[in-house]
Design a protein around this ligand. Structure first.
Ligand SMILES: *Cc1c(COP(=O)(O)O)cnc(C)c1O
Length: 407
């Protein structure tokens, strides 16, 4: 295979024509490079596949921070059961869609009083991260004369193996340590708060079905123990998610069917009999949209340096930080990459694709085998649908912002 646009031997071919439009033509239609294109049909197909794998009574939320593009949220709003937001601005975007406020949850440490006010006024569920936050929610409720819908985000007493990022277990800024939860529940019978249930989100970017299954089992067992002390029957149980997607040729795609089967066992054996009123929710970000996006940038220079060939493009890490290796913190691996207007054409060569920024960290593809390309050719970087533009340092070097399109 002469194209580096592969994930475990599989060409990321569908992303070469987002919305069925070849990237070269799409670039002309967009009018400028660099740009991000998200494929609505791929998102739809992914959601159908996840739903087919999950028990029918498990709901599917979208975690907005993975990609908050308003048009994408509108598209998703008809297909997911709710949105999980993490800021006041994300909350407004979620409320701009037809999704009901009761189906929106607001998690995250450091929610400000203005954000809590927005959330209580809108009637969304606030996922409490601390006792201090609960006290502030009560004040907001008093001021607005509206009871607040709250759930407790629990920091479990276990960690999830295999997560690319851990957000649970040990000391955390996220959630309330499970050993503190009974005391906090005792303060909840209060006219200012309507207790909904529990939320656990312990890790992100996990490709291992066995460890996700174990995390879900331990989460359910933990919540069943905590639910004994709840002031009212549990109506809401958010089990998090953390489903990963493959980024490099070493990554193996998640077996989502295995996770779904495990969840069915947990629902049948534990959740439905014990918490019959609970709406059970999975919240996924990356898994729903990550593979549906491509970042397209154009070659502006081609140069040789001491035996190495560089393609210099008009984009870079300021738009797609993750593909560059996240500021050098992670072991850098190449994301799938291709010359979008030369697929399968002509001789190939080994090149490094670098961005326009004045730092050696701005590296989009290192020693990748690509068809010979030159000035004006289009470089596509795949798996760019989640944690792309809004997770990148767009102000760095003051280049213009890229366009985003949903096709
Ligand atoms: C970021 C986040 C998610 C989404 O994580 P993904 O790995 O993108 O699925 C879900 N829930 C919470 C609370 C989050 O902070």
């Amino acid at each position: 295979m002469s194209v580096a646009g592969t994930v475990r031997g599989r060409v990321v071919g569908e992303q070469l024509a987002p919305g069925g439009i070849p990237i070269e033509r799409l670039a002309a239609r967009v009018g400028s490079t660099p740009f991000f294109a998200y494929d609505r049909a791929l998102v739809t197909r992914r959601i159908s596949a996840v739903r087919a794998a999950l028990p029918a009574d498990v709901e599917l939320n979208y975690a907005v921070k993975a990609n908050p593009m308003p048009a994408l949220l509108q598209h998703l709003s008809g297909q997911v059961d709710g949105f999980d937001v993490a800021s006041g601005a994300e909350l407004r975007h979620a409320l701009d869609t037809p999704v009901a406020p009761a189906r929106v949850s607001f998690a995250g440490p450091g929610k400000t009083d203005p954000e809590l006010t927005q959330a209580v006024a809108a009637g969304v569920t606030i996922e409490l991260e601390s006792t201090g936050e609960l006290a502030r929610v009560k004040s907001v409720s008093t001021a607005l004369q509206i009871p607040a819908r709250v759930a407790l985000r629990v920091n479990p007493d276990f960690t999830v193996r295999g997560s690319g990022m851990r957000l649970g277990g040990g000391p955390q800024q996220f959630g309330i340590d499970c050993e503190q939860v009974p005391a906090m529940l005792a303060t909840l019978p209060d006219p200012r708060v309507e207790f909904q249930g529990f939320h656990v989100f312990a890790g992100s970017q996990n490709l291992r079905a066995d460890s996700l299954c174990e995390a879900q089992r331990r989460t359910v067992e933990l919540i069943l123990r905590l639910a004994d002390a709840a002031p009212v029957p549990v109506r809401y149980l958010n089990l998090g998610g953390g489903f990963g997607i493959p980024y490099s040729s070493r990554d193996v795609a998640l077996e989502v069917a295995q996770v779904g089967d495990n969840l069915e066992v947990l629902m049948t054996g534990l959740v439905r009999p014990t918490l019959p009123e609970a709406r059970v929710v999975l919240e996924l970000g990356r898994y729903l949209v990550g593979e549906a996006g491509v970042y397209v940038t154009r070659v502006v220079d081609r140069k040789q340096s001491r035996g190495k060939t560089f393609l210099v493009v008009d984009g870079g890490m300021h738009h797609q930080l993750a593909a560059s290796g996240n500021l050098g913190q992670a072991i850098r691996r190449n994301y799938p990459i291709a010359v979008a207007n030369r697929m399968g054409a002509g001789p190939t060569e080994t090149v490094s694709v670098v961005g326009a920024l004045c730092t050696p960290l701005d590296l989009l593809g290192e020693d990748v085998e690509l068809p010979v390309a030159g000035i004006g050719d289009l470089i596509a970087i795949f798996q760019a649908g989640a944690y792309g533009l809004t997770a990148s340092p767009t102000g760095f070097l003051s280049h213009p912002a890229p366009v985003e399109v949903l096709v």
